[in-house]
Design a protein around this ligand. Structure first.
Ligand code: SF4
Length: 118
C-alpha cells in the first residue's frame, strides 16, 4: 500500500519542501524588516527634497507632520534635524480649542443685540 493512502497526507516532494521553506523565509524577512521596508515605501533622499539642516522661515521639521522625534522623518532618508526643512514640508494641523471654535460676543455686543430685539 502506498505511503499516501496510509497517512492521508501526500508525500512531500523535494520541490514542494523547497517552496515551503522559501515561503517561510520570505515571510520572516518581511516581518523582521524595519517599518519603512515592511510597508514597501522606500524613503526619499535628502537631496531629492532639498533638505537643509536649518529652517526655511517658519518651516521647521519639528513642525512638520512627517517628523519623527528625535531626528528622523517618515519619508526622507537619513538623520533629520528638528530645525531642518525641505521642499515637502507639511505643517502639523493645530487642534481647535473649544474656546476658539465658537465665536464669542463681548458683553456690550450682546447687550446691543438684546436691546435691538426687544
Ligand atoms: S520638512 Fe518634513 S518632510 Fe521634510 S525632512 Fe523635515 S520632517 Fe521630513
Amino acid at each position: 500500500m502506498p505511503e499516501e493512502s496510509r497517512s492521508g497526507l501526500a508525500p512531500l516532494s523535494r520541490r514542494s519542501l523547497l517552496q515551503r521553506v522559501a515561503g517561510v523565509a520570505g515571510a520572516a524577512t518581511i516581518l523582521c524588516a524595519p517599518p519603512s521596508l515592511a510597508t514597501g515605501a522606500p524613503k526619499i533622499s535628502q537631496k531629492a527634497v532639498a533638505y537643509q539642516d536649518h529652517p526655511d522661515g517658519n518651516k521647521r521639521c519639528d513642525k512638520c507632520i512627517q517628523f519623527q522625534p528625535p531626528n528622523a522623518c517618515k519619508i526622507v532618508d537619513g538623520t533629520i534635524s528638528p530645525q531642518g526643512s525641505c521642499r515637502i514640508f507639511a505643517p502639523i494641523r493645530q487642534a481647535v480649542s473649544p474656546s476658539s471654535a465658537t465665536p464669542r460676543l463681548s458683553n456690550s455686543a450682546c447687550s446691543r443685540m438684546v436691546s435691538r430685539s426687544s
